[in-house]
Design a protein. Structure first.
Lengths: 51, 247
């Protein structure tokens, strides 16, 4: 019974850890994309190609 | 006549001044979250005893309860920002709503799946249409609905106002979740911790749970501040100050 309990505990904590890692990676990627967009649009405007 | 310099409390309502402040705060909140989680897990798994009724499986409480509390509290904070968005049309408050929503949704999802996993060995089922479980599921749907609504409307200001309205309509669900175990006969147990009554659990269990709750709180703040910085960059990307940041 105790082993089964630890399986449930492992599933709960494991899934939560995976979800938190996924969120942190998504946060990093969003920041990287936002910075890349700022740089790209600035260069585009500086080249005289923008509006 | 000399005028005394006064601190302008509204200075940080401007994205331009809030962006660097958020950047300075994120590492501190993230470090606090990690330290508190480490302490909470140590107390929860190393010190807190086995439960006399449930055995070891009760240790799911150390993520289930903090995530459920955070899901409800985050929604209340978002509703507060929604009032500011609708009442004062402050740009940052709408951005904060958008920044908080994914983490709030994640907290609601964590509370639901950890509850389901805990329910199987203790109740004999992963799910019942009990008032507490159902109202928490509705909270998750409200989060998803908010995220989908603001993403579906192209005009950002219209999206912000529509989202704020949805948040205010949905806030009625939070007291329903909280009081559901008192108002209805539920399979879900009643509150173990209350401001008006002594806790119904051992001190070490309570300490572990409170440490993990503080960790969830710090994590939510860190993640939201990090996300709001990205939102500010996305929205203000044509502003001179943003372009100078990455010159």
């Amino acid at each position: 019974m105790t082993d089964l309990h630890w399986t449930f505990i492992g599933a709960a904590y494991g899934l939560t850890a995976v979800a938190l890692v996924v969120e942190i990676v998504a946060l990093m990627q969003r920041r990287r994309r936002a910075i890349a967009r700022v740089r790209r649009e600035r260069e585009f405007d500086e080249d005289g190609l923008g509006v | 006549m000399m005028t005394r310099p006064r601190m302008n409390a509204f200075r940080f309502a401007a994205p331009q001044t809030f962006y660097p402040l958020a950047g300075r705060l994120v590492p501190w909140f993230a470090a606090l979250a990690a330290a508190l989680a480490a302490a909470g897990l140590y107390v929860g798994f190393g010190i807190a005893p086995e439960d006399f009724q449930q055995g070891e499986v009760y240790r799911i409480i150390f993520i289930h309860v903090p995530s459920a509390w955070m899901a409800m509290f985050t929604y209340l904070v978002m509703a507060g920002y929604a009032v500011l968005t609708l009442g004062f049309r402050t740009r940052l408050s709408a951005m904060m709503c958008r920044a908080l929503a994914p983490t709030g949704a994640l907290m609601a999802a964590i509370s639901l799946w950890t509850g389901a996993i805990w329910g199987r060995p203790t109740w004999g089922t992963y799910w019942v249409w009990d008032a507490r479980l159902t109202s928490t599921l509705i909270l998750l749907f409200l989060y998803i609905g908010y995220i989908a609504l603001v993403a579906a409307i192209e005009d950002e200001q219209r999206a912000d106002r529509a989202g704020a309205l949805l948040l205010l309509v949905g806030v009625v669900n939070v007291p329903i979740i909280y009081f559901s175990v008192k108002w209805w006969n539920t399979l879900h147990q009643g509150a173990s911790v209350s401001l008006t009554a002594a806790p119904k659990m051992a001190a070490t269990m309570l300490t572990g749970m409170l440490l993990m709750s503080l960790a969830a709180w710090m994590y939510t703040i860190a993640a939201s501040l990090h996300r709001v910085q990205s939102i500010i960059l996305e929205r203000e990307r044509h502003a001179r100050w943003v372009r100078q940041l990455f010159a």
